[in-house]
Each structure stands twice: as C-alpha cells, then as structure tokens.
Design a protein around this ligand. Structure first.
Ligand SMILES: Nc1ncnc2c1ncn2[C@@H]1O[C@H](COP(=O)(O)OP(=O)(O)OP(=O)(O)O)[C@@H](O)[C@H]1O
Length: 342
C-alpha cells in the first residue's frame, strides 16, 4: 500500500534558442494520492502531464517541490538509491515499449532479471503474471504477433513483475480501439482491487476517468486547475478546461448553434434541468408539470454514469399557456437546478 505525495512541484526547462524564455512545464502542482486510490490526471496536449509522471518515477528531477512515494522522498534520493525505488514503481506506456524481437515471457521476465531473481522463481512468477493478464497461452509468442490490447496486457504483466506499490500509466489506452480500451481498463481495475496497487494514470480521454478513477486532477498550462472526486469535479466543473472535457463526454445543455436549431423546431419554452446523483426525483419533475397542465417533451441531453453515480442534463420543451408555463418554471426552480434557455 503506497501513498504518493506531490507537494508544490515545479519543473522548468531552459528555453530553446538564445534568449528564449524558460518553459515552465509543471508549475507548483500538489497532488496527494491516497494508498490504493486510482487517480487520473487529465489535460490537453502540453499541459504538463507526462513531465509530472517522469518526476514521480525519478526519470527527471523536479526544479522545486517534494515528491514522496511511500516513505521514499524521490526528490532528494541519490541516483543509486533511486534505481531500487523504481522497482517499486511500475509503468505502462501508450506505445507499450516492449522488446519486439523477444518472446512475451522474456519481456515479462526482464525486470526480474534486473532485480537478480533466481531462474526458478522467475519462471514461476512469469507464468503467474501471464495467467493473471489472460495470456497464459502466449508465453512463447513474439510480441509483434500480438494485438494492441494483448501488447498492453504484456506491458501490465511486466510492470507488475517486481510487485510495485504504485503503477503509473501514461496514456495506456490511447492507442487502442474503444472495446479493447475498456478491457484494458477493466484489467487495471482488477490490479487495483486485487493487489491494492495505487494507480496514477494520465490521459486526455474522459472515458478513462469516468470508467475507473476515484479522483481526478485537471491540468492546464502546467498547473493543477481543479481537483477532487470524479463525480464532484465533473458534475460541477469550475474552469473552462474542465467544462470542455465534460462537454466531450457528458450530457450538457445545447450549445449556441444547436440551440438555434432546437428553437426552430420547438416553439415552447426551453429549460435545462441538472440531475446530480438522485438529488432530484425525476417523477416529481414530470408530475409537477402534469399537475400544472404543462406539456413536455425532452429535446436534448440525457443521464449517464460518472464515477458510479448518476449525472444528467435534460433540456425540456415546456408547452402550454404562458402563465401556466411560468408557474411551472417557478415551482420547478424551487426543487431543482433549472436554467431557462433564453
Ligand atoms: N525536455 C524538455 N525540454 C523543454 N521543454 C519541454 C521538455 N519536455 C516537455 N517540455 C514542454 O513542457 C510542456 C509540457 O509537456 P508535457 O509533455 O509534459 O505535456 P503533456 O500534458 O504530457 O502533453 P502530451 O500529452 O502532448 O505529451 C510543453 O510545453 C513541452 O513542450
């Protein structure tokens, strides 16, 4: 069980070219990842995600701030000690980073050879790991004979070989099709559930966060701009970056252009209701409208699952006499999160 603490971490690179300003890739980021948590770091290209991950496993040194992995302070360890600590930090990559000319078993065995494990124990462990990732029958195959999903399974088996307390995943499912991506995410969830391994995954895909993460940090321009439980962050986004992510994967209110089209087809009043994990009883909404003699049709939105809780935005067209519609809106506004689209 391993906690990972990043405290005020920054990484600055010298500017490229004479007189160029330095690049602040990571800017005063603090993230406290609890032992056994799955923490997603999300952000667009250039936000500083990969740099932060390289600082956590000590591949690069932070310019300032502290990083602790369990009891080891990565930011102050000499290189020789860092090598030992890296054995307790597994890592998987978007492009899998396997040895293509080697058999699957040799890829998985490699970290055990480096760690000086005996041949008999290596053989036992490799068989156990390949069984765990569902590739027990592929031990003698060459990795370039495998599909993308199978290659990532080999990557996961290799990352687990030395029993790490933490697994770092760098865009681990970005090169995979949606179905295979879901299978790999399910495997990562098993790694977390069965071995209690803390997982930090960086991604630009909302589906990854929505599917398996407990908490999320949103990065933008090197800074952590939002942080918290997945449901809390995505159901009430505070920054433009988070809102853009949310709108790519969760139901939203119709955006300006779409709203125009909706108005052409729907002449009644348009309102958007937000539902957060059962805080509003949907039947109550429809009963309130019916009791007030207001007709309703759903014109946009939906309800979906975020971090195991339900979240939705429904845009409704309210149809009927103006006064009745006004009263219905006033009544709903008392009980729900309602926005009148003007
Ligand atoms: N070695 C380096 N030297 C100079 N600048 C760098 C270096 N590594 C990263 N950067 C810069 O730091 C910023 C953050 O890059 P980083 O790769 O960490 O972002 P990212 O969020 O992981 O994006 P991507 O998903 O595209 O990799 C970028 O502006 C990048 O150009």
């Amino acid at each position: 069980m391993t906690r990972v603490q990043m405290i005020g971490v920054s990484k600055r690179y010298p500017g490229r070219g004479k007189g160029a300003a330095q690049v602040v890739a990571v800017d005063d980021v603090s993230i406290d990842v609890a032992s056994g948590e799955i923490h997603a770091i999300i952000g667009y290209s250039g936000a500083g995600k990969s740099t932060l991950l390289r600082l956590v496993n000590g591949l690069e040194r932070a310019s300032s701030g502290r990083i602790l992995v369990g009891d080891d302070e990565i930011t102050s360890l000499p290189e020789a000690r860092l090598r030992a600590v890296r054995g307790r930090i597994g890592m998987i990559f978007q492009q899998f980073n396997l040895f293509h000319s080697k058999r699957v078993s040799k890829n998985v065995e490699y970290p055990l050879v480096v760690a000086g494990v005996s041949p008999a124990e290596r053989k036992r462990r490799v068989a156990e790991l390949l069984d765990f990732v569902g590739l027990g029958d592929k031990a003698e195959a060459y990795t370039d004979q495998l599909s993308g999903g199978q290659k990532q399974r080999v990557g996961i088996a290799r990352a687990l070989a030395t029993n790490p307390g933490v697994l770092l995943a760098d865009e681990a499912t970005s090169a995979l099709d949606p179905q295979t991506s879901q299978e790999v995410l399910a495997l990562l969830k098993r790694v977390n559930d069965e071995f209690g391994i803390t997982i930090i995954l960086i991604t630009h895909e909302m589906e990854v966060v929505r599917g398996i993460a407990d908490r999320v940090t949103v990065m933008d321009g090197g800074r952590a701009v939002e942080q918290g439980g997945v449901f809390d962050v995505f159901s009430s986004p505070q920054t433009t970056t988070t809102r853009r992510f949310v709108s790519s994967a969760l139901p939203t209110e119709p955006q300006a252009e779409h709203l125009e089209q909706l108005r052409e087809r729907h002449r009644g009043r348009l309102v958007t209701l937000t539902f957060r994990d059962g805080d509003v009883d949907q039947p109550v909404v429809f009963r309130t409208l019916a009791e007030r003699g207001v007709g309703v049709s759903i014109v946009h939105g939906g309800v979906t699952d975020v971090g195991g809780r339900s979240f939705g935005k429904l845009t409704l067209e309210l149809i009927g006499d103006d006064l009745r519609v006004e009263h219905a809106i006033a009544a709903l506004a008392q009980e729900t999160d309602l926005e009148v689209l003007v």
